[in-house]
Design a protein around this ligand. Structure first.
Ligand code: PLP
Length: 399
């Protein structure tokens, strides 16, 4: 379709015009199963009628105020997040994107500790603004860099977890670092699931060295693991949490959450101004999401649906030689592609993506096309999982 969009990405031929539940429809009316919930954002499905009518009813009252004025909706949202955060007893600011909330946490960790450095992990993704890009993949692709960033490997085994924590301990002992930031489940970096033990090791290392621990839960947060926050699934309380994607139900909303003890007594010490902070509309979206998830017991459903989808992916792995290492936690699943002799999976993945699309299923690869990831909406039905797995089985064999 003719357009004047900046060509910053390779767009698909198909142009969408409508979404409903787990499906999107193109301008010709053809339907596609969206296995990645619109870049992992539409957690409750595309244009969920109950959700949208509530959000727009609230938007009809008020959308925005000045940065120093808040609404009852915003206060309620902060109270709801505080209650859900449990032991963290969190104070929140509502922002717009994951990168913005990451930058916010980085900036305030430096401010609170009076130190410049931040430690990240080698396969972590945290966004593409200046600061967040410098801690994405250890800043490998960042131009320009910000200073004082150190990188430690993400572990997958228990032994690697010990080594990773030890290396971190040595870095933090230099006294240069304000914070350590990680993704509890590493998504873009290849669907890596660090052992639970790692989180408590990191907590201890950070405590021993008076350094703040930040969980970037842009993908894992707001229910995707079957808990409100992944830190609850991994039994480690961080100092700051970033929420994005699912928390906005498809709208540009993010949150930076801080453990209560970090919040300075003096008003204005943590000043921050942006055109979109603590917007009433953002709060209306989050409040609606929380109410819907609680009313329909969605978190329990995420666990059941996640286990079922994983079972089906494992059955596919048994049956189809091109799938290996199916894995997952809640509705955050992945597997590896395997074709004998192939080293660069990019061209093969591009073909797979196109053929799946032609067959009405939208997938997403990462890790140079080697890894497939599935982060569907929280209400994905079993018949849709079957459609996904059957289509994948057929198309993989045709490649
Ligand atoms: C873990 C993580 N952090 C941060 C971001 C950046 O979020 P945004 O693209 O909304 O800036 C992403 C986006 O994919 C992400 O997955």
């Amino acid at each position: 379709m003719e357009n004047h969009l900046l060509p910053i990405i390779h767009f698909t031929e198909e142009v969408m015009s409508r979404g409903e539940g787990s499906y999107v429809y193109d301008t010709e009316g053809k339907k596609y199963l969206d296995l990645n919930s619109g870049q992992f954002c539409v957690a409750l499905g595309h244009s969920n009628e109950e959700v949208m009518s509530k959000i727009f009813e609230k938007a009809g009252k008020i959308v925005h105020t000045a940065s120093n004025i808040y609404t009852d909706e915003v206060a309620e949202c902060s109270n709801k997040l505080n209650k859900l955060s449990g032991e963290m007893d969190a104070y929140s600011i509502l922002l717009s994107t994951g990168s913005e909330a990451v930058e916010f946490c980085m900036r305030f960790s430096k401010f609170l500790k009076g130190r410049d450095g931040v430690v990240c992990f080698d396969r972590g993704y945290h966004g593409l603004t200046l600061g967040s890009q410098t801690i994405t993949f250890g800043g490998k692709f960042a131009k320009p860099h910000i200073d004082n960033i150190a990188t430690v490997p993400v572990p997958v085994t228990e032994e690697e977890a010990e080594a990773s924590a030890e290396e971190l301990g040595k870095l933090l002992a230099t006294g240069q670092y304000a914070s350590v930031i990680l993704e509890p489940i590493v998504s873009v970096g290849g669907m890596l699931y660090p052992p639970e033990k790692w989180f408590s090791l990191l907590r201890k290392v950070c405590d021993d060295n008076d350094t703040l621990l930040i969980f970037d839960e842009s993908q894992t947060g707001f229910g995707r693991t079957g808990e409100w926050f992944a830190y609850q699934a991994f039994h480690t309380v961080p100092d700051m949490v970033v929420l994005a994607k699912s928390v906005g139900l498809g709208f540009p909303v993010s949150v930076a959450m801080f453990r209560k003890e970090l919040v300075p007594d003096e008003t204005y010490r943590m000043s921050h101004y942006s055109s979109h902070q603590n917007d009433s509309f953002a709060a209306a979206i989050i409040n609606t999401g929380i109410e819907y998830i609680e009313k329909h017991d969605v978190l329990a459903g995420v666990k059941v649906r996640g286990d079922l989808f994983l079972e089906k992916l494992k059955a596919l792995e048994e049956k189809n030689e091109h799938i290996k290492d199916a894995r997952g936690h809640g509705l955050m699943l992945g597997c590896e592609l395997y074709y004998e002799g192939v080293e660069d999976y990019r061209p093969l993945y591009a073909k797979l993506y196109d053929r799946m699309m032609k067959n009405g299923v939208i997938i997403q690869g990462t890790n140079g096309g080697h890894t497939l990831r599935f982060l569907p909406d929280y209400l994905l039905e079993e018949e849709d999982m079957d459609l996904a797995v059957e289509t994948l089985d057929r198309v993989l064999n045709e490649l």
